[in-house]
Unconditional design. Structure first.
Lengths: 406, 306
C-alpha cells in the first residue's frame, strides 16, 4: 500500500511539474525571431548610403570570380547558422535562401551552413568550428546568436560577423535586416479590400513589441481602405506549437474572420488550416508559404536578403567592409511581395500595387500621427512619426484591434 | 460571442481532443497492466514524424496513419524490453524514452519539415453538408475523429468485458497472483504495451497528418504528458477519458475565444486556464479507494526467480 502511494506521489508530482512548465512557457524565447527588439543605435541616414553603394558594387565581385576560380581553394569561406530547420517554409528557409544567393552570385565562395542551432552555447561551438575551418565571415540569423557572436568577434578580430536583426555593434560585428512594418501596411490594404465580414484574424506567437508593431501596421493599412476593419488577435505562446496554431486559426475564423495572417515561425499550419476552412490567407516570413493555399491565397511578404548579403560578402572579400547598422525595405529588394492568389480581383491587385509603389517612394509613412490606442489615448501625436527605436517595445494596439497587447 | 464561436469551441475541442483521447486510451491500457510510460511524449513524436514522413513521401495519408500506429507499437515494445525483460525502473526509463523520442523524431522528420501533404480527407455527414460552409467546415471530421469515441468503447469492452481484459487488470493489481492463476504477466504486459503504443500512434498521426498538416520538432508540445495526466484524471477508466480529453481541449479553445473577443485580461493568464483547470480537478477529485490506481502500477515483476 505504501509503495503504491509513493509511486502515485512521484507520478503526480511529475505531472504537476510538467503542467506547470507547460503553462509557464510564457517566457518568450524567440529562437528564430531576431526582430524582437532592436533599439537602433545609428541614424537611418547610414542605411540610405549603403543602399546606393550596394547598387554600384554588387556587380563587382562577378569580374573577380573569373580570376579567383583559377586559383586553388575558395576565395572566401562563409559560415552561416540558423536557429531552426532550413526547410521550414518560414523564417529559416528565407534566411537560408538569402545566404545561398551569395554562392549563386559569387561562385568562388564556400558556404558552411548549420541549422537547428537555437541555443547560445550551441551557437558558440558552431561558430568556433566554422572559424577553425577557415571561415572569414559569419552570418548568424537567430535572435539568440547575437551575444555569442559578439563575444567571438572580440576574440577573432580578423573575422567579420553579421547578425540578422540585432542591435549590437563592434569593429567587426554588425547587423542587417529587412523592414517589415511597411510591408505589413501593404498587406493590410489587401486585406481591407478583400474582406467581406470586415474582420481579419491575426495568429501571433507572443505579445512582443515587434509583433504588436506588425499587427498595428497591418491594421492601419487595412483601415486606410476600409475604416470599419477589425483585426482580431490571439496568441499561441509558442513559436512552433502547430496544434495550438490550428486551434487559434479555427478560433479566429469562428469569430467571423474571413482573412487569416500570422507571425509564428512556420506559416504551414496556419495557412493550411485557413485553406481547409475556405478562408483567405496572407503569408509572412517566406514566400514559400503560398504552396499551402493554392485556392484562397491573397498575397504575402518574405525576406529576400540575398543581394544585400552578396554585397556584404563582396565587401569582405575586397577589404572594404565596415560595420554598418543596415536596414533595408521592400524598395531595396530586401523584402518581397508574393504573387497574388487566383481569387484576387484585378482592381484589388492594382490598388495594392499602387500602395506598394507609394510605400516604396516614401509617400506613405505608416506610423504618422495622430494614432490612437485601443482605449482612445493618443500614442503618436499629430505631426509626429513613431520612431524605429520604440517599435521594438510597443505595448499598445491601435483602435480597431481586438485582443490584449500585454 | 456568436453561435458560430460557441459551436467553434465544441468543434475545436473535438479536433484537438482526438489526439489526446487516443493517447490517453493507450496509456490507460498499459497502466491497467501495471506499466507507467512517462515516455508517451517520445512515442507520440516518433509516430507523428514517421507517419508524416511516410505521407509526404507517398501521398497516402491512410497508410501514413498505419505507419504511425506501427511505429508507436514498436517504440513501446522497446520500452517493454527495458522495463519487463531488463526490469529497469519504469519512471526513469520513461523519461529516457522521451528524450530518445525527441532526437529520433527530429531525425526521421528532418527532410519533411515544411512539406505540403494531402491530409487525411475530411468527410461530411449528409445533413451537415447542406449548411453554410463556415458551419459545415466546423463539423467536417476525418475518419480518426469519427472512430475516436468508438475506440474508447472498444477499449472499455476489452478491459472490462473480456477474459483478456480481466487477466490484464489482474496483472496490473498483483502480477504474482495473476501468475498463480495461470496468466503470463510478461506476455500480457507486452500485449498491453503494443496495443497502447499503437493507440498513442493513432493520436500522434491525427496531430500531424490530419489536424496540423505539418511536422515540426517537439510538435506534441507536452500533449504526451497531458495524456498521462488525463489517465489519472479519468481514474484509469476509458470512458471517463472521453470527458477528460474534451474538457481539456475545450478549455484551450475557450481561452482562445476569450483572448480574441477582447476580454481585458492578460493573454498570458488566459493561456494557463486549461492547466489550472486540470490541476483544480485533480485536487478536487482527490483519490478514493474505489477508483484507486492499479495496485501493481510501476512494480517490477520478477517472475519465478525471486
Amino acid at each position: 500500500m505504501f509503495r503504491k502511494n509513493k509511486i502515485l506521489l512521484i507520478l503526480t508530482t511529475l505531472i504537476l511539474v510538467v503542467s506547470m512548465l507547460a503553462a509557464c512557457q510564457a517566457a518568450p524565447e524567440p529562437t528564430e525571431e531576431p526582430v524582437t527588439e532592436e533599439p537602433e543605435t545609428e541614424e537611418p541616414v547610414e542605411t540610405e548610403e549603403t543602399e546606393e553603394t550596394e547598387e554600384a558594387e554588387v556587380e563587382e565581385p562577378e569580374t573577380e570570380v573569373v580570376e579567383e576560380e583559377t586559383e586553388e581553394g575558395p576565395c572566401l569561406i562563409i559560415g552561416a547558422l540558423h536557429g531552426g530547420p532550413i526547410n521550414d517554409a518560414g523564417y529559416n528557409q528565407a534566411m537560408h535562401e538569402s545566404v545561398m544567393k551569395i554562392k549563386e552570385n559569387i561562385p568562388c565562395v564556400e558556404i558552411i551552413e548549420a541549422e537547428n542551432v537555437p541555443e547560445e552555447a550551441g551557437a558558440t561551438t558552431t561558430m568556433q568550428n566554422m572559424i577553425d575551418q577557415g571561415a572569414k565571415m559569419i552570418i548568424a540569423t537567430a535572435f539568440n546568436h547575437q551575444y555569442p557572436a559578439l563575444e567571438l568577434a572580440s576574440q577573432y578580430p580578423d573575422v567579420v560577423f553579421e547578425h540578422a536583426g540585432g542591435w549590437e555593434m563592434s569593429q567587426n560585428f554588425a547587423n542587417f535586416f529587412g523592414e517589415p512594418p511597411e510591408t505589413w501596411y501593404i498587406m493590410g490594404t489587401a486585406a481591407g479590400l478583400m474582406t467581406e465580414t470586415n474582420k481579419v484574424g491575426f495568429v501571433a506567437a507572443f505579445p512582443l513589441g515587434w509583433t504588436n508593431t506588425f499587427i498595428n501596421a497591418f491594421t492601419l493599412g487595412a483601415q486606410s481602405v476600409n475604416p470599419d476593419i477589425e483585426t482580431i488577435v490571439a496568441f499561441t505562446f509558442d513559436w512552433a506549437d502547430s496544434a495550438k496554431e490550428a486551434d487559434t486559426t479555427n478560433s479566429l475564423i469562428n469569430q467571423g474572420a474571413d482573412i487569416i495572417t500570422m507571425h509564428v515561425d512556420s506559416p504551414s499550419t496556419v495557412i493550411s488550416t485557413a485553406e481547409e476552412r475556405g478562408v483567405y490567407s496572407i503569408g509572412f516570413q517566406s514566400n514559400a508559404a503560398q504552396q499551402f493555399a493554392p485556392e484562397n491565397w491573397i498575397s504575402g511578404i518574405g525576406y529576400t536578403l540575398g543581394d544585400t548579403l552578396t554585397w556584404l560578402a563582396s565587401s569582405v572579400m575586397d577589404g572594404t567592409w565596415e560595420p554598418i547598422f543596415l536596414r533595408c525595405g521592400i524598395g531595396d529588394g530586401c523584402m518581397e511581395m508574393a504573387p497574388f492568389g487566383p481569387n484576387v480581383p484585378q482592381d484589388v491587385q492594382d490598388q495594392v500595387l499602387q500602395v506598394k509603389d507609394e510605400v516604396e517612394a516614401g509617400d506613405i509613412v505608416v506610423f504618422e500621427g495622430p494614432i490612437f490606442a485601443q482605449d482612445g489615448t493618443v500614442v503618436v501625436p499629430e505631426g509626429e512619426v513613431l520612431s524605429t527605436e520604440v517599435m521594438g517595445s510597443v505595448d499598445w494596439f491601435v483602435q480597431g484591434v481586438t485582443g490584449s497587447p500585454k | 460571442m456568436s453561435l458560430l464561436s460557441i459551436l467553434g469551441v465544441l468543434s475545436s475541442a473535438i479536433f484537438s481532443g482526438t489526439s489526446l483521447l487516443y493517447s490517453t486510451l493507450g496509456e490507460t491500457i498499459h497502466q491497467r497492466s501495471g506499466i507507467v510510460n512517462l515516455g508517451l511524449e517520445g512515442v507520440m513524436l516518433i509516430s507523428a514524424s514517421s507517419g508524416f514522413a511516410f505521407t509526404a513521401l507517398t501521398g497516402r495519408p491512410y497508410l501514413g496513419v498505419l505507419v504511425a500506429a506501427i511505429a508507436g507499437g514498436i517504440v513501446n515494445l522497446i520500452f517493454g524490453y527495458l522495463v519487463i525483460n531488463r526490469k529497469a525502473n519504469q519512471l526513469a526509463s520513461g523519461l529516457a524514452l522521451m528524450f530518445f523520442g525527441f532526437g529520433a523524431s527530429a531525425l526521421i522528420g528532418k527532410s519533411s519539415v515544411g512539406m505540403k501533404i494531402y491530409p487525411l480527407p475530411r468527410l461530411s455527414l449528409p445533413w451537415i453538408a447542406n449548411l453554410d460552409v463556415l458551419y459545415s467546415s466546423l463539423f467536417k471530421f476525418d475518419l480518426l475523429i469519427y472512430l475516436a469515441i468508438p475506440a474508447a468503447f472498444c477499449v472499455w469492452w476489452l478491459l472490462f468485458k473480456t477474459r483478456w481484459g480481466l487477466g490484464l487488470r489482474a496483472v496490473g493489481e498483483n502480477a504474482d497472483a495473476a501468475y498463480a492463476s495461470g496468466r503470463n504477466p510478461m506476455r500480457i504486459r507486452f500485449q498491453a504495451l503494443l496495443l497502447g503504443g499503437m493507440l498513442a500512434g493513432l493520436g500522434a498521426a491525427h496531430l500531424s497528418i490530419a489536424y496540423t498538416m505539418s511536422w515540426s520538432e517537439h510538435m506534441t508540445a507536452g500533449r504526451g504528458f497531458i495524456a498521462v495526466a488525463l489517465v489519472i484524471f479519468s481514474k484509469w477508466h476509458p470512458l471517463r477519458a472521453i470527458g477528460g480529453a474534451l474538457l481539456f481541449s475545450g478549455a484551450v479553445a475557450f481561452q482562445l475565444l476569450l483572448q480574441s473577443s477582447g476580454v481585458k485580461v492578460s493573454p498570458f493568464l488566459l493561456d494557463t486556464i486549461p492547466y489550472i483547470l486540470t490541476l483544480l480537478i485533480l485536487i478536487i477529485w482527490g483519490g478514493t479507494r474505489k477508483n484507486a490506481a492499479p495496485a501493481g502500477l510501476g512494480r517490477v515483476y520478477y517472475g519465478g526467480q525471486k
